[in-house]
Write a protein that binds this ligand. Sequence first.
Ligand SMILES: C[S@@+](CC[C@H](N)C(=O)[O-])C[C@H]1O[C@@H](n2cnc3c(N)ncnc32)[C@H](O)[C@@H]1O
Length: 333
Amino acid sequence: MTDLDREAIEQRIEELKPWRYNHEYNGIKIAGTPGAMQVHDLYGKAIMQHLVSKIVGDRDPKDFRAIDLGCLEGHYTDVLCEAGLGEVVGIDLSEGHVDRAKFLLQELKGHQNATVVLGNVADEELMESLGKFNIVIFHGLLYHLKDPLKMFDIIQRMIPDDGEFYLLLSTQFKGQYGAVILPQPIAELQIKKSTVSLGSEEGYQLHEEVGSVFERCSFRLNPQAVYQILKLYGYQGMIAYDTPGGYGYSYNVSMVATRNRQPDFLKRLRGGISIDGVNFYEWDGQSVDSYDFNKLIPRLSRFLMRVAYKLVDKVGKFDRKRDRRRRGVFSTD
Ligand SMILES: C[S@@+](CC[C@H](N)C(=O)[O-])C[C@H]1O[C@@H](n2cnc3c(N)ncnc32)[C@H](O)[C@@H]1O
């Protein structure tokens, strides 16, 4: 590479800012946003490398096709491309992220196996046109979606008829604490505020600071809802892992979900992991990254919520009876 080439690349890196994470290739450095949570640099990349190596095992990585939903600047797509998978598709709704991903994966690193698509993961036609995949990375996106259930339908159609399938799901639970620990499946509606509208027709908003595009409102499933939905959609094996960041980064669960239980897969994932604080275990919906709902405080909180709901119910019923009596309405209570 000549000095001129290097200068042009560095200028392009500058033009494409803001980058979220650090990247390095052939002595060329891309600096991520200072102060941003450097999950990828700290451990995300290493965990993804571990997961892919354990999924592929001693088989030919070229036989695997993967998609990275909400790929941002292609940091995970990059890991899968480097692992030598046959094809890795990164898709994102943000033009800025897609431009960065194309530059990083195709221009800078020259990955022949990378495809980058600008689009909405909720666009059924578009997603169907992308074909079938053996690995779906679904990180940091579920809680941003207007219709999380539709996304599971879309993913269902990506599953190859006769091939292996792994759903790499990582999602945050940013709602109320009570909703996070609730043993019942629920979803909270989140209306986003601090973003710039991209027009009411599209219904999307741009988060200027990080360059991401989001739908203006989303349904945030609680852990029990995620667990029950995964079961409903035929996932039998859910192997979660605690991350070194743990629930410091809000409540979070990260896992590899498979359609059939593979007892040796847990053993394989546990082997050769060299990242402190990462441990794999079967997920039963009763914990989120390093936080066990069976501990004293969540149990006490669940008890208090049950009591509070019973009380509110009783007060409501009493009020309704009184109201009906006053109006002379016949009551069946
Ligand atoms: C919180 S970031 C997560 C990025 C990455 N997956 C990770 O875990 O590091 C969410 C990403 O999804 C993108 N996004 C949000 N809604 C989307 C949609 N409906 N379709 C495609 N991408 C979307 C955003 O632009 C952003 O890049």
